[in-house]
Design a protein around this ligand. Structure first.
Ligand SMILES: Nc1nc2c(ncn2[C@@H]2O[C@H](COP(=O)(O)OP(=O)(O)O)[C@@H](O)[C@H]2O)c(=O)[nH]1
Ligand SMILES: [Mg+2]
Length: 204
């Protein structure tokens, strides 16, 4: 649940970019950081995990809309995708309010997407969160690689494999170029705000 700062009249919510290693999570956040500078109210912090290229997390607060007169502060995080960072991935999911699952469209990454989604479901479960209840959107990233002759899964294939049970909003994207990045975040934010509003109502 988002944390409420009564002194600052702020609601702070946490959106996590989840997905297999190298699917483009960091590239999404870098693009957002660059393109929505006006909304960024802090530094992007990236901590390198020792001996690995993977970022530990990215931190990106943005000022957006209001809930019950409170400003919303958004924190965007990524998780390291590599198998060995399971405990870190779980930690980053703590008190998550919304998730963007970044799947890799490249054919050979098919299995990695499925495993990562299962890993996410298991980690959420350990916090008592159902993958079917948390605000979630899927992003089918790296669509631009098709133009370079690299075999990609079709969007329909990815829908069938990753989203036939979840049935959440999904977006084709190219985080490197920026297509679909804003749309993905906006939808996740929309779902997250609706969910927080509901939780606040229940809490009253
Ligand atoms: N062609 C292409 N490359 C991408 C795209 N998104 C990410 N990449 C590349 O894929 C690699 C891994 O991206 P990164 O964001 O570090 O993945 P992460 O491990 O999920 O954070 C990098 O070399 C990126 O430049 C994309 O949409 N298209
Ligand atoms: Mg990364």
């Amino acid at each position: 649940m988002a944390s409420i700062n009564f002194k600052k009249k702020e609601i702070e919510c946490k959106i996590v970019y989840y997905g297999p290693g190298r699917s483009g999570k960091t590239t999404n956040l870098e693009y957002i950081f660059k393109s929505y500078k006006n909304y960024v109210s802090g530094e992007m912090i990236s901590i390198k995990t020792e001996g690995d290229r993977t970022l530990f997390f990215d931190f990106l607060p943005m000022g957006i809309g209001k809930i019950k007169g409170f400003n919303v502060r958004l924190q965007l995080y990524t998780v390291p995708g590599q198998v060995q960072y399971k405990s870190t991935r779980k930690l980053v999911l703590k008190q998550v309010d919304g998730i963007v699952f970044v799947a890799d469209s490249v054919n050979v990454r098919r299995g990695k997407n499925i495993l990562s989604l299962q890993d996410m479901q298991a980690n959420l479960k350990e916090y008592g969160i159902s993958i079917y209840k948390i605000p979630l959107v899927l992003q089918y990233n790296k669509r631009d690689l098709g133009d370079q002759g690299i075999p990609l899964m079709t969007v329909e294939q990815m829908e069938k494999e990753l989203n036939s049970q979840l049935r959440v909003p999904s977006f084709p994207a190219s985080a490197m170029i920026g297509t679909g990045v804003g749309k993905t975040l906006k939808e996740c934010l929309k779902l997250t705000i609706v969910s927080i509003r509901k939780q606040l109502k229940l809490a009253q």
